[in-house]
Ligand binder design. Structure first.
Ligand code: GDP
Length: 526
C-alpha cells in the first residue's frame, strides 16, 4: 500500500466554501476560523495580505515573483483532528465563473447572511449552484450584535426564497444592545454574550426541560421567557434535525452569531465540523464513481489563475485532489491529451508555514504551475488509473459585450486569442445569428477586464468592447427555431457549439416571448 493512512487522512478532511452577498461578513468569519485553527495569531490579517503571517510560505514567494495574488484562494488549518480547507469564492468586482466553479470542488458550503438584510441577490445565486450539487449547506446568520430582523421571519424567508428546510441549531437571546447570548438547542446550553454579567462562565447547561435554574439572573430578563416560547414553537411546529437530510443538502442547520465580536463562531465551527461531509466519491464521465480512498492519485482542474503581469505568462491550475495521495515530483497523465506531466512545481496551500511539508490527499487542493497545458475541467491521474471526471457545468452568463479587433488588419491574432481564452473557460463567446458579430458573455464584470488585458498581453490584440448590459440568456432547441422569433426585445445568437439562444432584454421580454411561443422551451445553463 502506498499510503497506509490514506483513509484516516481523507476522513479528516473538511473542504468547503463560504458563500454570501458582499458585506455579510465572509471575510470576518474566515479570519475568526483561521484564528481558531491557529493559522493566524491575530484576526485582521486576511484582507491586509501583505501584513499577514502567511508571509513565510513558499506560495508567497511565487506570488511575489509572478505577481499572482492567490494567497487567500485556499486556506488550510487543523482543528480538533480535522484538516480544514476553506476555498475562497470572491464577491464584489471579482465575481466570475471561477466563483461558481470553485463550488464544484468543495464537499460542503457555509452560507453567511446579514441578520438585518436576510437573503440577498448574490447569496441566492451561489446557493442555487450549491443546492444542485446536493452537498450539505450550513447557514450562519451574522451581525447579531446589531439590531436585525426577527429571527423567525429570517428563517421563514430562508425557507421560502431558497426552498430548503431549515433547523435552528441555536436561537438568539436578544439582539443589538439587548443581546444576552444564544439559546443553544443542539448543545443544550446557554452561551453568554457577556459572561461577566452572569458570573463569568461562558456556558450554562440546560436541564432536561430545556431550562436554567429559576434563580438565575437571566430568568429575570423577559427575553428568556420569550425565547423559551419561541423554541417551544420551533420544536413543535418545525422540522426535526435530520443529519441524513443535511448530508443531501435538503436541510440547512442554522446558527446565529456575531463574527465581528467573535460570538458563536467557535460553537458554529465545532458543530459544523461534526456534520460537514468528508470528501465525497466523484462522478466519472462513464457514469461510475471513484472512491476517494483509491490509492492512485487523481484530480481535476477547477480554476486557472492567469498572471496579470505581462512579464510572466505562467499560470496556476487549481486541482481538487479526488483520490489517493499527491507527492511532489510525481508523474501523472493529463487525460485529455494523454500527455505525461511531472508535478514538480506544485504548491499546497498552507495558512501556517510550520506545516509546510505535509502531504495532500483526496479533499485537498494543490496549485500546479502551468505553462499552458491545462484547461478547466481537465482530469489528471496517476499510473494506470485512467479515469475522466465529469465535465464541469457551464453557467448562464448575465453580462454581455460586443467585441471586435481594434485593428482590422490584425484579425488573425484576435481570432487566435479569443478562441483560446474561450476554450480555457475564461469567458463565453456567442455570435449574432445572421450578422456573425462577436458577443462575449460573463457572470461578472472582472472577466471582461481580464479578457481585454490578456488579449493585449498574450496575443498582442487590442480589442474594442461595447457594453450591452445585462441580459437573460435562454437556449432553445434548434428544431424550434424560426428567425421571425427575433425582435427588438431580444437578440438571436448561437453559442460556440452552434446552439441557438436568445438574449432577452429583461424578464418582461422573456415572459412576452414565452406567452407568444408557449410550445418553445427556454432553457438556461446551470
Ligand atoms: P464580506 O464582504 O462578506 O467579506 O464582509 P466583511 O467580513 O468584510 O464585513 C463587512 C462589514 O461588516 C465590515 O465592516 C465588518 O466589520 C462588518 N461585520 C462583519 N461581521 C460583523 C458582525 O458580526 N457585526 C457587525 N456589527 N459588523 C460586522
Amino acid at each position: 500500500m502506498k499510503n497506509p493512512n490514506l483513509k484516516q487522512q481523507v476522513d479528516s478532511r473538511r473542504t468547503f466554501a463560504i458563500i454570501s452577498h458582499p458585506d455579510a461578513g465572509k471575510t470576518t468569519i474566515t479570519e475568526k476560523l483561521l484564528y481558531f485553527g491557529g493559522a493566524i495569531r491575530q484576526a485582521g490579517t486576511v484582507k491586509g495580505k501583505k501584513t499577514g503571517n502567511f508571509a513565510t510560505s513558499d506560495w508567497m514567494e511565487i506570488e511575489k515573483q509572478r505577481g499572482i495574488s492567490v494567497t487567500s484562494s485556499v486556506m488550510q488549518f487543523d482543528y480538533e483532528g480535522k484538516r480544514v480547507n476553506i476555498l475562497d469564492t470572491p464577491g464584489h468586482e471579482d465575481f466570475s465563473e471561477d466563483t461558481y466553479r470553485t463550488l464544484m470542488a468543495v464537499d460542503s458550503a457555509v452560507m453567511v447572511i446579514d441578520s438585518a438584510k436576510g437573503i440577498e441577490a448574490q447569496t441566492k445565486k451561489l446557493f442555487q449552484v450549491v443546492k444542485r450539487r446536493g452537498i450539505p449547506i450550513f447557514t450562519f446568520i451574522n451581525k447579531l450584535d446589531r439590531d436585525g430582523r426577527d429571527p423567525l421571519e429570517l428563517l421563514e424567508e430562508l425557507e421560502e426564497l431558497l426552498d430548503i428546510e431549515s433547523y435552528p441549531m441555536n436561537w438568539p437571546l436578544g439582539m443589538g444592545k439587548g443581546l444576552e447570548g444564544l439559546y443553544d438547542i443542539y448543545n443544550k446550553r446557554i452561551e453568554f454574550y457577556r459572561p461577566e454579567n452572569y458570573g463569568g462562565e461562558a456556558y450554562l447547561p440546560l436541564d432536561e426541560n430545556g431550562e436554567i435554574p429559576s434563580d438565575h439572573p437571566l430568568t429575570k430578563n423577559s427575553i428568556y421567557r420569550q425565547v423559551l416560547d419561541e423554541v417551544e414553537l420551533l420544536t413543535e411546529a418545525g422540522d426535526e434535525f435530520d443529519p441524513a437530510k443535511v448530508d443531501r443538502g435538503e436541510q440547512t442547520p442554522v446558527f446565529f452569531g456575531s463574527a465581528l465580536t467573535n460570538f458563536g463562531v467557535q460553537t458554529f465551527l465545532e458543530t459544523f465540523l461534526q456534520f460537514a461531509h468528508a470528501p465525497y466519491a466523484h462522478e466519472l464521465e462513464n457514469g461510475e464513481t471513484l472512491s476517494p480512498y483509491e490509492e492512485n492519485f487523481s484530480g481535476f482542474v477547477f480554476k486557472i489563475q492567469a498572471n496579470m503581469n505581462p512579464a510572466h505568462r505562467d499560470r496556476i491550475a487549481f486541482v481538487r485532489v479526488c483520490s489517493g495521495t499527491f507527492e511532489r515530483g510525481m508523474d501523472v497523465t493529463l487525460e485529455r491529451t494523454k500527455k505525461k506531466m511531472k508535478l514538480s512545481n506544485v504548491t499546497q496551500f498552507m495558512a501556517d508555514a510550520r506545516e509546510n511539508i505535509q502531504e495532500a490527499v483526496a479533499g485537498d487542493i494543490i496549485g500546479v504551475y502551468d505553462t499552458g497545458n491545462y484547461q478547466i475541467g481537465d482530469t489528471i491521474f496517476e499510473g494506470k488509473l485512467n479515469v475522466s471526471f465529469e465535465d464541469l457545468p457551464s453557467f448562464t452568463p448575465e453580462l454581455f459585450m460586443k467585441v471586435s479587433a481594434k485593428n482590422v488588419m490584425k484579425q488573425k491574432s484576435f481570432h487566435k486569442g479569443i478562441y483560446q481564452l474561450v476554450q480555457e473557460g475564461a469567458i463565453q463567446l456567442y455570435k449574432t445569428y445572421l450578422t456573425e458579430e462577436y458577443i462575449l458573455g460573463a457572470v461578472g464584470q472582472l472577466q471582461f477586464e481580464v479578457f481585454q488585458h490578456r488579449m493585449l498581453n498574450e496575443y498582442n490584440s487590442e480589442v474594442v468592447m461595447t457594453p450591452m448590459g445585462s441580459k437573460i440568456a435562454r437556449w432553445i432547441d434548434p428544431k424550434d427555431l424560426d428567425e421571425k422569433m427575433s425582435s427588438s426585445r431580444n437578440i438571436l445568437a448561437r453559442d460556440r457549439f452552434d446552439q441557438p439562444l436568445f438574449l432577452f432584454e429583461n424578464q418582461f421580454a422573456m415572459r412576452w416571448f414565452a406567452d407568444k411561443y408557449p410550445e418553445v422551451e427556454l432553457k438556461s445553463l446551470m
